[in-house]
Design a protein around this ligand. Structure first.
Ligand code: IPM
Ligand code: MG
Length: 372
């Protein structure tokens, strides 16, 4: 298959983790005889520095002319503590989601057996957790009308949803549940919010098309508690934009590191793949950023194009790296010298050479990866 992939590596650790997923995708292309063509464009704080705009026109143009987008991370501390900044890196990501119509954000959360001891939660609570979060991504309070009174003392953000916005992601979530454990939980705040009551009504209606799916509802405050008490109860979670942002970060601790969580953002026409972690500025260029979330996002990209064997091979390679402790320091209790690049090298080597991972393993430790 021939794919044109736009690479928007962005800020902080974005470029270094994205470089690893590109290395892995190149290994896949070689092994399976595909042709992946990568084109790079700036987004976020680096784009503001270069052009004054967090999503320059040329970047958006490249995305629109590509088959898929690989995204790194966005954000820079110099904007975080300046509430008066008019231009912010995050606007680039939000504008990208909106302009490309990426309305469904899919965030898988899994407890890896090799990492159970790394989670702050007890092993028997998290073992076997496997959740797929469907977060609505282009509506709600993120994109509602924002107002600040003239005297600067009153502010508001409107949370608005329409039937169509709820229906289209609900269908995707129900379909996902059909290929999983057939359970869907809608997370909302229907005891307080009118918009949540619309979500419940519409999702109940959509459910009549999916009689094989067990549908239940949780208020978001209770859901936040249930995520820690008993995460195994969840299969597919469906929720609106803001609740999905919060619940998915909470769920990320189950796996032991936010550095493991991948995501796909899809719409009718475009699709973008990105780690859910942020730009982690303190770690930039130190070689300690975990590239696995980005690499697993590349696997989701391949799944999107039905290249499932290829995606599975990446996931097998990631499992192997976790089992052999070829991981960055956020996860590693055994070795202290495994860098971002070494993890990427190991996973790419494994893909080129799946039967010889012991050989790879010693090469990685000697710094002699076969991938140049
Ligand atoms: C995410 C991030 C973004 C969001 C920020 C960077 C705007 O937290 O992708 O979860 O809030 O959606
Ligand atoms: Mg977030």
């Amino acid at each position: 298959m021939k794919l044109n992939i736009a690479v928007l590596a962005g800020d902080g650790i974005g470029p270094e983790v994205t470089a690893q997923s590109i290395k892995v995708l190149k290994a896949i292309a070689l092994e399976f005889d595909h042709s992946f063509n990568f084109k790079y464009a700036p987004v976020g704080a680096v784009a503001i520095d270069e052009t004054g705009d967090p999503l320059p026109e040329a970047t958006l143009e490249l995305c629109k002319n590509s088959d898929a987008l690989l995204f790194g991370a966005i954000g820079d501390p110099k904007y975080d503590n300046d509430p008066s900044a008019k231009v912010r890196p995050e606007q680039g990501l939000l504008a990208l989601r909106k302009s490309l119509g990426l309305f469904a954000n899919i965030r898988p959360v899994k407890a890896y057996d090799a990492l159970l001891s790394k989670s702050p939660l007890k092993k028997d609570i998290i073992k076997g957790t496997d959740i797929s979060i469907y977060r609505e991504l282009t509506g709600g309070i993120y994109f509602g009308k924002k107002e600040l009174s003239e005297d600067g003392n009153t502010a508001s953000d409107l949370c608005e949803y329409s039937r169509n916005e709820i229906e289209r992601i609900a269908h995707l979530a129900f379909k996902a549940a059909q290929s999983r454990r057939k359970k869907l939980t809608l997370i909302d705040k229907a005891n307080v919010l009118e918009s949540s009551r619309l979500w419940r009504k519409v999702v109940k209606e959509v459910a009549t098309n999916y009689k094989d799916i067990e549908l239940d509802f949780l208020f978001v405050d209770n859901a936040a508690m249930q995520m820690i008490l008993n995460p195994k109860q969840f299969d597919v979670i469906l929720t609106e934009n803001m609740f999905g942002d919060i619940i998915s970060d909470e769920a990320s601790v189950i796996g032991g590191s936010i550095g493991l969580l991948a995501s796909a953002s899809v719409g009718d026409k475009y699709a973008m793949f990105e780690p859910i972690h942020g730009s982690y500025p303190q770690a930039t260029n130190k070689g300690i950023a975990n590239p696995i979330a980005s690499i697993l996002s590349a696997a989701m990209l391949l799944d999107h194009f039905d290249l499932n064997d290829e995606a599975d091979l990446i996931r097998t390679a990631v499992d192997k790296s976790l089992a052999l402790h070829i991981t960055t320091p956020d996860l590693n209790t055994k070795y202290d010298n495994i860098t971002t690049t070494k993890v990427g090298d190991f996973i790419a080597d494994f893909i080129s050479n799946p039967t010889d991972s012991n050989h790879n393993f010693s090469n990685i430790h000697l710094g002699q990866s076969t991938i140049i």
